[in-house]
Design a protein around this ligand. Sequence first.
Ligand code: TRP
Length: 327
Amino acid sequence: MRIFSGIRASGDKTLGNYSGGYRQYRATQEQGEALFCIVDLHSITTAYEPEGLREATLAGTAMLFATGIDPERSIVFAQSHVPAHAEAAWLLSAATSFGELRRMTQFKDKSTEQEFVSAGLFTYPVLMAGDILLHQTDMVPIGDDQRQHLELTRDIAERFNGRYGETFTVPQGVYPEEGARIRNLQEPERLMSTSAGNPQGVVRIVDEPDVIRKKFKTAVTDSEREVRHDPGAKPGISNLVEIMSVATGGSLGAIEARYGDSGYGQFKEDVGEAVVKLFEPIQERYRELRADDNGLRRLLADGAEKARESSAPTLAAMYERMGFVRL
Ligand code: TRP
């Protein structure tokens, strides 16, 4: 079983990313041969700062190791270190239609937010398809927002296989379960994200313990929200129950039973403490990794070499079947 996921380069990862991402990555690495790619080539599709990208790439790498990805067991690498990824994107663009890309809702949403809409933002899903297909991936642990991109990847794989001969495994997406979707503590009707919503309701994995405690203490739990009927609304309190479950491993039912009769005040405090405890060892490991950039670069170099080996046969087969002269 081959597992592949791409993670955006960023030093700003949240409790939501932990719950829906890192936790899954660590679990899936037990199920087969896993590759985790910091997708730095994707970062240039919207406005960005070059220095910020360098920093975000190292931070993103460190966070994978800090949350439990084992470099002996899994392959962690940066996309730009394995040129096959950029090459695959170009080759696959021949098997992707303009119409398909135009239908991508993420492109529609993101392009309205940009002053300069890059061609890369439009072809982003082709690069992503290449990431996945180059490694003969069976399983892709991924967020719900990426469902359409994954379906497109499957269509591209099937089209390529039909046109040029069996080349790619058609991958399966694995999506987080309902309880894994953590919401903003101040605005429980929206997902926890650094790009939108009240920052006071966003818990970062690297937040200081006291900052985390404060964010939970001031979390919204008012019962008015529970009777609101806007679609998708989710009361603050059940968000906190889910966070407690993520932090402690306890079931939702057990947590509700335990706290059913106590006030929200105590519960909020306990959830905050549980998250502080959960992040403590991660933060410690993260700081160690970030204090040693050379060590991190060595880990990346090692991952890049393994990822080159893993992708080379598929890239060679693509060129061959597409009719390029091979030397
Ligand atoms: N598009 C994904 C996201 O925004 C990141 C990504 C790039 C990815 N390539 C991938 C995820 C390959 C899974 C597999 O989260």
